[in-house]
Design a protein around this ligand. Structure first.
Ligand code: GLA
Length: 423
């Protein structure tokens, strides 16, 4: 109990000011259609996988029935290619009538009845990236009102087919328009991704005030190369990006592709671990109907999720890039805990990496480490204890580290409970 005021203070000081809609105090979690299902509108030949209300209802059923919702994955997010090519007679966006015959409001009710939230996609510009009607400046209020009237809970606003000036006006205007609807709607801005992701072209102070999350960089693709490229960009720019994240305002390195075709089991663990360190939104884009048990276990790993969802909301950093091609990542967590990720960029065999917590900037003390992917606990670590971790090629070892002294509890029931408390 003594720790509570400290945690409260930390939570207050960690956050810079964020969009004042009270939403997404921890990174949002859920499922989104784009990376896996793209702009497949061919429902005649591919009815199970085309962008239609059936796809989103199916994914909602999976989230609600297969344990995802309980783990925090509570958003179903429609990406591009949902709308009709024409606005209605009153100038409002409307869903494609063949693929969404029930309409979006009905789909939102279906989700809400299952304790889930609905996300939708729009694009500030003349067209969406897939060529569907966009939201020009004069349509911002109409579209915000339409989404709210349907019961939408989240908007991803893309930026294809607009210029710098339109974006400068449009992203703040949409934020205001969403607030004016009176419905809490999480707001994801693709703005920085269209401006190179870095200052001076990108103003992260402003973004934090108007958006809950923002895409900073390129789209993820179904490959380990893509995961590495994104990871490198985010951590190469950590001096700029890391301080911008906090409760209600997150950097978004794009969707989780675990469960698709491009990643091995080790690489899947690596994406999960790195996204947890980055305090990234955990938005899967995969086929929840046919997920392998390995993919499911990684995506539903309680410790990795607890680390990602840590209430302090401080984004982690890359500490080291060794000549051996081992990299070490670290994220501070509440209750004086922290997460460590040892990533191997090698392509030969498991690598035995020797280090100590002191070498990773930990202060003197007694620690325990819970191995997130094996479930084993390492006790009796002092800062200077030398240890060795065996890291698979393109794989990770991920630790949840906590000081022993805070938990001298005769009823000590191990790391599982502490992780529970962290959540
Ligand atoms: C852009 C976005 C993607 C996706 C597509 C849809 O490329 O960055 O995430 O929304 O548009 O067309």
């Amino acid at each position: 109990m003594k720790l509570l005021p400290v945690i409260f203070l930390l939570a207050l000081t960690a956050a810079t000011s964020a969009l004042d809609n009270g939403l997404m105090r921890t990174p949002p979690m859920g499922w989104m259609s784009w990376e896996r299902f793209r702009c497949n509108v061919n429902c005649e030949n591919d009815p199970k996988n085309c962008i239609s209300e059936n796809l989103f209802r199916d994914m909602a059923d999976r989230l609600a029935e297969d344990g995802w919702k309980e783990m925090g994955y509570d958003h179903v997010m429609i990406d591009d290619c949902w709308s009709s090519m024409l606005r209605d007679k009153d100038g409002r966006l409307q869903p494609d009538p063949q693929r969404f015959p029930g309409g979006i409001a009905k789909l939102a009710r279906y989700l809400h009845d299952r304790g889930l939230k609905l996300g939708i996609y729009g694009d500030l510009g003349t067209h969406t990236c897939g060529g569907y009607p966009g939201t020009t400046l004069d349509k911002i209020e109409t579209d915000a009102q339409t989404f709210a009237s349907w019961g939408v809970d989240f908007l991803k606003l893309d930026g294809c087919y607009s210029n710098e000036e339109d974006q400068q006006k449009g992203y703040p205007l949409m934020s205001k328009a969403l607030n004016a609807t009176g419905r809490p709607i999480g707001y994801s801005c693709s703005w920085p991704a269209y401006r190179g992701g870095l200052p001076p072209s990108v103003n992260y102070t402003l973004l934090g005030e108007i958006c809950n999350l923002w895409r900073n960089y390129d789209d993820i693709q179904d490959s380990w190369n893509s995961v590495q490229d994104i990871t490198d960009w985010f951590f190469d720019n950590q001096e700029i990006l890391q301080p911008e994240a906090g409760p209600g305002r997150w950097n978004d390195p794009d969707m989780l592709i675990i469960g698709n075709f491009g990643l091995s089991v080790d690489q899947s663990r690596s994406q999960m671990a790195l996204w947890a360190i980055m305090a990234a939104p955990l938005i899967m884009s995969n086929n929840l109907r046919t997920l392998s048990s390995e993919a499911r276990a990684i995506l539903q790993n309680r410790a990795a999720i607890a680390i990602n969802q840590d209430p302090m909301g401080v984004q982690g950093r890359r500490l080291l890039q060794e000549r051996s091609l081992i990299e070490v990542y670290w994220r501070p967590l509440s209750q004086s805990a922290s997460a460590l990720v040892f990533l191997s960029r090698r392509q030969d065999m498991p690598y035995q990496y020797h280090t100590s917590l002191a070498k990773l900037n930990y202060t003197a003390g007694s620690y325990e480490a819970y191995d997130v992917f094996t479930g084993k606990t390492l006790s009796g670590l002092s800062a200077t204890t030398e240890f060795t971790v065996s890291i698979n090629p393109s794989g990770v070892v991920m630790w949840y580290v906590y000081p022993k002294m805070h938990y001298e509890d005769p009823q000590d029931d191990g790391a599982e409970l502490r992780l529970h408390r962290v959540r």
